[in-house]
Design a protein around this ligand. Sequence first.
Ligand code: BGC
Length: 771
Amino acid sequence: MKSVRKIRRAALAGAAVIASLGASGAAQAQRAPAAAPPSDAEVRARADALIAQMTPEEKAGQLTQYFDFTNAPEESKRVTDEMAAARAGSLLFVNDPVELDRLQHIAVEKTRLKIPLLFGYDVIHGLRTIMPVPIAVAASWDPKVAEDGQAVAAAEARAVGLHWAFAPMVDIARDPRWGRIVEGAGEDPYLGSAMAAAQVRGFQGSHLGAPGHIIAGPKHFAGYGAALGGRDYDEVNLSDSELWNVYLKPFKAAVDAGAGNIMSAYMGLNGTPATGNRWLLTDVLRKTWGFKGFVVTDAGAAHDLMTHGFASDNQDAGVRALTAGVDMEMAPPFGTSAFKTLPQSLAEGKITTTQLDDAVRHVLEAKIRMGLFEQPYVDLKAAERVLNDPAHRVTARIAAERSAVLLRNEGGLLPLDHKRVKSIAVIGPLADSARDTVGPWVFDQKDDETVTVLAGIKAKLGAAARVDYSPGVTMPARLHPSIFESGPHAATARPQIDDAAEIRRAVGMVGSADVAVLVLGEGWSMIGEQASRSSLDLPGRQQELLDAVIATGKPVVVLLMSARPLDLKGSKPGALMNIWYPGSQGGAAVANLLFGEVSPGGKLPYNWPRNIGQIPLPYAHLTSFQPKTSEQRYWNEPNSPLYPFGYGLTYSTFAFSNLKIGKGTVAPGEAVPVSVDLKNTGTRKADDVAQLYIHQRHGSAARPVRELKGFQRVTLAPGETRTVEFMIKPEDLTYWASATRDFVQDETTFDVYVGDDSNASLTATFEVRKP
Ligand code: BGC
């Protein structure tokens, strides 16, 4: 495992960033892919025809994915030799189109069967144009934002020669200590499912192989978000009820949306490593859900079955992963590849030809559907055009605008008035940091194409106001350097300043400004993989900076750049807006929000705890003993969150009324129509998100106090009213009950709540009864 980490660091350290797109003869060799997708039967027949010609070694090769070591000549030669000998079917982490094209030429021209390589990459929230991080996009409560963003990411990725994104991450996260909360859609399975399906549609388009699209790889199957203590990679123990009703739901939605790939998780689920878990990978994924794509391990996770104390040796690891349902092994370092031992296991009767061929077929079918046999190479000129498409920047800006969540706005401090603000002090270590603005999991962005908050404000105000800037304090380095950090983006490369002196300078600046805008939070490498935290405090001396600025008495706007809820220790700035890691157009979006060109309309995708001791604190908890005392469970503070799931203010006000249930009694299997009137009662055009929650009063199992079952983001002019229609489907009333060990729909009474957060008070009921 350690060596995989080292390899990735090395690969990233030297990775040429979408370099030298110049001349190449590759494009001429291409034929346009067929307009209509081939039929399943045709795809299978083509795959089987190839399989019939393959040796066991060539089959194992198709199931093996390597890193390219472009910057390590020795290793690079070994990979190239492996490819030329048809012992690699896929590569990851190559990002230079010229290199991708070169490698593909080797596979297609130098190997016996001329099977093209499949190139996978962590295209998590953009390739060159960076969208807000996935948790931010979930906060838009607008699946179209997710779909559009991943469609842009797919277009850029496909243009440079990539075929497959290791995304979306659809792991439910109910513990903000876990750094990978940034990559998902938060704590709720309904919102998570909507975002999962939208991202699959965005990546893949209408079908696998749609032009300008790539394969989506939902990950990490399954349960990774429930890591013990929020510690990355730690074991996960989940009840069947939590698995089926919460953690598996977004995966099911992604599979139903047609995802072509699934990535298995690193950790053990209830004692069985996910990558060797036949129940997960075969019984649930293939047999119950009918998944037709291919399964890849997480990096090195097959070999790692030994680390778990599961497989006895490397060969056993290969056998256990393959027979559990894995099709491809990701990134085995040389000498540790478990799937390289498959020919030997076949010879020894430890696996069957059918098992091997099934896995190979899943991989080949993906290559066939993607049109790689017809069009394996990179069109370098087209790549240049796509990467520079100005429409992509617009999509990124809109996504950032729609993701922001306004948490406080005392006395209507925001939006700032263009005409009245003559001087503004922009303060904070994240205010002018391009690298932090785009967040974790980006490798091909260009810092000079990223609009920081400071740059966005300056561009918006022009000569009309004075803009002063101070970083305020240093952003501290991580305890252990991140596996992703290198070169100018390493934490150690951050400017080191004298915090005490800079806080004094910042306070002085605020004293002579009309308003202070503080950009505080966590640096990009403090969240993501291997970035769990045991604290929700602002890192470094940011809290001190915040309190000193508030003490000036000037109006203070805090913009939080973070993807986990932070504990501001009761500080009360005039306005507080969560801008997440808003992406490469983040600063432009933030400026539009600050000055009221657009109104924030995002809502929290998780409960925001008062402090870390409350974790986990899901809104959809079960009622239990003495619910009336639920606010008295801690002696030192309330039980409730600081801000509830679904919460977010706007620059206007909204009122819900007229909640109507279409049918007071329905039969099991029937849908329930619900409508509500939503009125903009304020003076500005703005968005609100109508949210529908249900609560089952009694039945085969205890059910959560509230569960989201519908939402719609609506834009309304001042005074305008819209009737929002929902349809509660029978599957929304069905759940997995531990008593029956199956899905049930009870005859029972449901409460319905509609409003604009999970504390919604407008309520009605309906009954489910057999006629
Ligand atoms: C992560 C995956 C990622 C893979 C390849 C792993 O460590 O868990 O999410 O896709 O590396 O970079």
